[in-house]
Design a protein around this ligand. Structure first.
Ligand SMILES: NC(=O)c1ccc[n+]([C@@H]2O[C@H](COP(=O)([O-])OP(=O)(O)OC[C@H]3O[C@@H](n4cnc5c(N)ncnc54)[C@H](O)[C@@H]3O)[C@@H](O)[C@H]2O)c1
Length: 337
């Protein structure tokens, strides 16, 4: 067998650990080093997963035996490690949302353009869900006809994020409570899928929000946004961080086309016959393994990834613009990437 690629993980919260496990199940790579501001987390993860090297700074990027980096820092802190990783010559997987501001996105995309030989992937994990892969196939075959309306939700009770243990002494905050924007951190998931399904770009957004039932959050915890696409389609995305409700099944994804309608995991092509089950299973959790396997495959076969930095920037730019629409209380054009 050929020599394995070396992987380094930056950011060792729950998601960094989930990435680590997914890489460890791929036969073409080996996780060689981990990095977090917290020495305690570094030591814990090294021991738990048998990782040889640990860092509390970007020295991890100087290692010649690492070709792939996964960035799992908080949403507002993706840009710096992503840019440094590419500048150090590493293929880089960054979690969603790619960034929480437009200037960060621009810098990130510029760095990828300077390093076209390096692969990037943005962690829009719903694109690796078997149900959504099947819906995409149905749409691409033209079965729904011309799409004119789409909906998607991120409805998730995240009150646990207010736990005292989530306070991070290094950045002196609980970033979920202080910085999290539900449409950016959560709504980016359904929004990205809707962009993928619509096969077109949202060009304008309006939005409303409130902070009635999760007052510990600094930003509004319930947001609804409506979008207009270039081709005339329209869409609605809702992000709620405090419902008394389980996670929304299949993100309540709905797609209306001129020949048919998709409602979560069902399809209707004829009103009299009604909705029938789509032959693919919704994965209720996080399919990290297929996501990581896709990234490794793109590196091995020199292929563009499904959500490279430019594609990830397009989704992030849309949800970032929602915040602007909320602040300015008007519809706002979405910047192009
Ligand atoms: N794809 C998904 O479905 C999904 C699910 C959960 C989380 N996420 C994303 O994953 C990312 C991480 O989420 P989490 O819940 O694990 O966060 P977390 O706050 O639990 O962990 C982040 C870690 O990053 C460390 N860190 C911050 N800046 C750093 C830096 N520059 N260098 C090294 N370490 C640094 C912090 O010390 C912390 O341990 C977020 O962007 C989140 O939105 C994605």
């Amino acid at each position: 067998m050929k020599r394995k690629f070396g992987v380094g993980i930056i950011g060792l919260g729950g998601n960094g650990e989930a990435h680590l496990r997914a890489y460890q199940s791929n036969p073409f790579v080996e996780v060689r080093a981990v990095c977090d501001f917290s020495q305690e987390k570094v030591e814990k993860i090294k021991k738990k997963y048998g990782i040889k090297y640990g860092y509390t700074d970007y020295q991890i990027l100087k290692r010649d035996d690492i070709q792939i980096i996964s960035v799992n820092t908080p949403d507002s802190l993706h840009a710096e490690p992503f840019i440094k990783s590419l500048e150090a010559g590493k293929h880089t997987f960054v979690e969603k949302p790619m960034a929480d501001n437009i200037s960060g996105l621009k810098e990130m995309v510029k760095t990828t353009e300077k390093n076209p030989q390096l692969k990037t992937l943005v962690g829009h994990i719903l694109r690796f869900n078997p149900l959504f892969i099947e819906i995409k196939r149905i749409i691409e075959k033209g079965i729904l006809g011309k799409i004119f309306y789409l909906e998607g939700d991120y409805i998730h009770n995240l009150k646990g994020q207010a736990d005292k243990e989530r306070y991070d002494p290094k950045i002196k905050m609980n970033w979920y409570l202080e910085k999290e924007l539900p449409m950016v951190g959560g709504g980016c998931h359904p929004l990205d899928v809707l962009r993928w399904f619509a096969q077109d770009e949202p060009i304008e957004v309006q939005a409303y929000s409130n902070r009635i039932s999760f007052p510990e959050m600094k930003n509004d915890s319930s947001v609804v946004a409506i979008f207009k696409f270039k081709n005339g389609a329209i869409a609605k995305v809702t992000a709620l961080y405090e419902p008394i409700s389980p996670y929304a099944f299949a993100n309540n994804i709905t797609v209306y086309g001129t020949k048919g309608t998709i409602l979560r995991d069902t399809i209707c092509l004829n009103e009299k016959e009604g909705f029938k089950k789509i032959p693919a299973k919704y994965h209720p959790g996080h399919p990290y393994e297929p996501e990581v396997n896709h990234f490794i495959d793109c590196i091995l076969k020199d292929k563009k990834s499904l959500i490279d930095a430019k594609e990830g920037a397009r989704s992030a730019a849309v949800v970032i613009t929602v915040s602007k629409a909320l602040k300015e209380k008007r519809s706002i054009p979405i910047p192009e990437f």
